[in-house]
Structures are given as structure tokens and as C-alpha cells.
Design a protein around this ligand. Structure first.
Ligand code: BGN
Length: 439
């Protein structure tokens, strides 16, 4: 009995010593690789795009000209704003009307928070009936879904799928694209306000809500929704020249935040957001963030190969797009700080995507194989519903039912990532403790 007991004890202690050492060695290798990569990037700017032959990342058979780096490390040291830029400043031209010359600009935009019972029909009725028939001497409108609305009746006409300011040819034809999943009230509030906002700038525009409707209960995949809707738009004859990628919960607060695309660079307009009913005031996000509201042309979108199709759940897909921008040597511009302000409507946040850190680290390797060019085989439009105030696209984001396979891959990758992060911090603690002891 005693002999057996000792044998078991020996075996157990052997396992307990070997396993942690194995993990420590493994993590040390990973950590060194990360550090080497980072130092390569910051010591030698050129290395960022032309991967050096001597780099340790070659060991992992990474093709040349790629950036493989932990996202967090990269993002805090990298600026995505164009260093020297001026926003386009076109002269007054009646054949290419720019919103900066609109006589309806009033500065702060008096957006409305409707009652929760507002319907899509109410919005349609407001813009095609109530607002149009408003008497000049009644500046304030009362409705069943909101009171004290001060929107002006700006002469507009709906033609061939778009709203046009009467007698004016806009410089651009703008599509405002809004991905959705279970955010009905946000979507209606957005829609109700956005028509008024676009009209004060005298844009030629259309608004498209893109809903992830199937399979039910699946995690949100914003990248697939944008890629599909943009692919759909490209095949229409609307001649859209500016895409506005817009979160449903964000309402612009100033008319001077023009929804026009810049000729050279994508434009990010959500510099500051204040959450409704939150006394904290405006929040400024990290400089590298391009999520929220982004304006860009078809050409720019294609140069980036659109969004990655692999982000399921909250977070990261916008950062992935930012890495694509850098990979394509593009930068972004922003309106001045005072104008790039938004109200954030409350909404429940969907489940976080735990695989996002791993996906971001290897983002640049997937550039050609994961994005806009691949979207047609991945999703299906199951319904298109068009009214005067909105085009409603309903999408199945996983018609081939490949999702289960992918999400379990995502889980494995997320698990590996968590182990790596955990082990790296353990190593750091050990090193720190050792240094303190030595000194
Ligand atoms: C960031 C998210 C973005 C999101 C912004 C604003 C990530 C990736 C790892 C850092 N990014 O943290 O996707 O748009 O917050 O909410 O989670």
C-alpha cells in the first residue's frame, strides 16, 4: 500500500513540475516573438510593410509584406489620422451643390426623441404628409409620437429611389447605411431624425436599414451586413457616390458635420459621443477608432476589400478595418472637434466577441481572402422592402449553415488567446518579482 502511494506521489510531482515549465517555455517564446516584432516596427519604419528577411516572424512562415503584431500594442503607438490634410473646400457651384452652402444650416440639430410607440408608418406619414402640409406660421409640430418638433419643411422630391432637394443638383449622391439587430427603437429614432438632418444639408440621399434577420439568435456580424448592402447598392442604378456607414444609435448634433465624402480619404466623424442621460458629457475615444460613422467612396471601400466577414458579436470589426486602411497606406480625416459630436442612444449591448484580439493580430494576413470580394458566397438577401423613407434589407448572414464550424474555430482561437495573455502576464509578474528581489 505504502509503495503504491509513493509511486503516485512521485508521478504527480513529476507532472506538476514538467507541465508548468512547458507552459513557461512556450509563453516565453511567444512573448519574445511579440517583442521582436514590435521592436522591428518601431526601430525601422520601413519594416512595417516590407517584412525583413531576418525577422523572427519568418519562422512562422508568414509571407513577406505583412504585419503580425498584437493589436493592443500596435494601436496605442499608431496614429491613423492623415498628418497634413485639409477637408475639401469646393467653391459655390450650382451644378455641384455642396452642403456648406445650404441656407438651411442652423448649427445645433434639434433632434427628437420620439415615444417608444412610434411606427415606420408614422415616419412615412410625417415626411410625406404632416411636414409637407405644415403651415408656414406654425413652426412647432405636435404628433401622436412626439411633441414640439421644430423640423422645417424643406422642398424635397423623391425620384428614382432617392430624395433630391428641389431645384438643386448635389455634389454627391449619398447612401446612409445602418446595420441592425434587435434595435427597433434606435432604428426608428435614427430614421426619423436623419431625414431632417440630411435635408438641412440639402443632400441627395437614401437611407438603408440592413437587418440581420436570419439565422435567428446568431451573433451580430456587422461586416457581413455592410459588405452585402454595399454589394447590393453597387448593382443598383442609383449612381451612389458616397457611402455613409452609420451606427443606429448615433445621432449627429450639428448641421456643420457634413455628410459628404472627401475626394482623397475616408472621413470619420464620431470624434466625440455623449450618451443620453449620462452626465459624463462627451467621451473621446482612442485616436485609432474609425467605428461609429465613416464616410467613404466605393473605390475606397474596394481598396480596403471592405470589412472582414469573420467578426461575430460585439467589437473589433471596425478596428480590423482600420488595420486594412494602414495596410493600404491610407489615413483618415475628421471634421473639426466642435462639429464631430453625437448623441449615443441607449441600447443593450450584444455578446462580446472574445475571438477579436486573435483575429486582429492576424488581420493583415487575411486581407485578400476575407472581405468584400468574398461576400456573395456568404450571405443572402431574404427580403427587400422599400418605402419612401427607407429601404429595408433583411439578410441571412449564414445561409450555408457554416457558422457552427466557424464559431467553434473562433472559440478555440479565443481560448488559445486567453491562455497566451494569461501566461504572458504570469511571466511578467515572475520577471518583476525577480527584479525586485535582485535590487
Ligand atoms: C473598442 C472596440 C471597437 C468599438 C469601440 C467603441 C475592440 C477590439 C480590441 C481593442 N474594439 O474597444 O470595436 O467600436 O470600442 O465602443 O474591442
Amino acid at each position: 500500500m505504502r509503495k503504491i502511494y509513493w509511486r503516485q506521489f512521485l508521478l504527480l510531482s513529476l507532472i506538476l513540475t514538467i507541465l508548468p515549465s512547458f507552459f513557461l517555455i512556450f509563453t516565453a517564446i511567444c512573448h519574445t516573438t511579440q517583442e521582436n516584432t514590435i521592436s522591428h516596427i518601431y526601430d525601422q519604419e520601413k519594416v512595417f510593410f516590407d517584412s525583413p528577411q531576418t525577422s523572427s516572424i519568418q519562422l512562422f512562415t508568414v509571407p513577406p509584406r505583412y504585419l503580425v503584431v498584437p493589436y493592443q500594442e500596435f494601436v496605442i503607438r499608431t496614429s491613423i489620422t492623415c498628418r497634413t490634410f485639409k477637408l475639401d473646400n469646393p467653391a459655390k457651384d450650382s451644378t455641384k451643390f455642396h452642403p456648406k452652402y445650404s441656407k438651411y444650416l442652423r448649427g445645433p440639430f434639434p433632434y427628437v426623441l420620439p415615444y417608444t410607440n412610434i411606427t415606420y408608418n408614422d415616419i412615412e406619414n410625417f415626411y410625406t404628409n404632416i411636414l409637407v402640409n405644415k403651415k408656414r406660421d406654425t413652426p412647432i409640430i405636435q404628433t401622436s409620437f412626439a411633441n414640439n418638433i421644430t423640423f422645417e419643411n424643406i422642398p424635397y422630391i423623391f425620384q428614382q429611389g432617392m430624395w433630391h432637394p428641389l431645384g438643386i443638383t448635389s455634389i454627391q449622391r449619398t447612401a446612409i447605411l445602418v446595420p441592425l439587430q434587435n434595435r427597433e427603437y434606435n432604428a426608428k429614432t435614427f430614421l426619423f431624425n436623419m431625414h431632417a438632418f440630411a435635408r438641412r444639408q440639402q443632400l441627395t440621399y437614401t437611407i438603408i436599414l440592413i437587418e440581420q434577420a436570419s439565422p435567428l439568435g446568431h451573433r451580430f456580424n456587422k461586416g457581413r451586413l455592410y459588405n452585402t448592402a454595399i454589394n447590393y447598392l453597387e448593382k443598383q442604378s442609383l449612381n451612389i457616390t458616397c457611402l455613409v456607414l452609420h451606427d443606429a444609435d448615433l445621432i449627429p448634433e450639428d448641421d456643420g458635420n457634413f455628410y459628404t465624402c472627401e475626394t482623397k480619404y475616408p472621413k470619420h466623424t464620431t470624434s466625440r459621443v455623449r450618451e443620453l442621460n449620462n452626465k459624463r458629457g462627451y467621451i473621446r475615444y482612442y485616436e485609432f477608432l474609425i467605428g461609429g460613422v465613416l464616410l467613404l467612396t466605393f473605390d475606397m471601400y474596394k481598396t480596403l476589400n471592405g470589412f472582414s466577414n469573420l467578426y461575430w458579436g460585439w467589437g473589433g470589426e471596425d478596428d480590423d478595418l482600420a488595420l486594412r486602411l494602414i495596410q493600404q497606406r491610407m489615413c483618415i480625416v475628421r471634421p473639426i472637434y466642435e462639429l464631430a459630436i453625437y448623441t449615443g442612444l441607449p441600447h443593450p449591448r450584444g455578446p462580446r466577441n472574445n475571438a477579436r484580439f486573435g483575429l486582429l493580430t492576424w488581420s493583415t494576413l487575411r486581407f485578400h481572402t476575407d472581405g468584400y470580394a468574398q461576400i456573395e458566397s456568404l450571405t443572402r438577401i431574404i427580403d427587400i422592402h422599400q418605402t419612401l423613407t427607407v429601404t429595408y434589407l433583411k439578410l441571412d448572414v449564414n445561409p450555408d449553415k457554416t457558422l457552427n464550424k466557424q464559431s467553434s474555430m473562433g472559440n478555440i482561437s479565443s481560448l488559445l488567446n486567453t491562455i497566451n495573455v494569461h501566461m504572458t502576464s504570469t511571466i511578467k509578474t515572475i520577471i518583476r518579482t525577480k527584479t525586485i528581489k535582485e535590487s
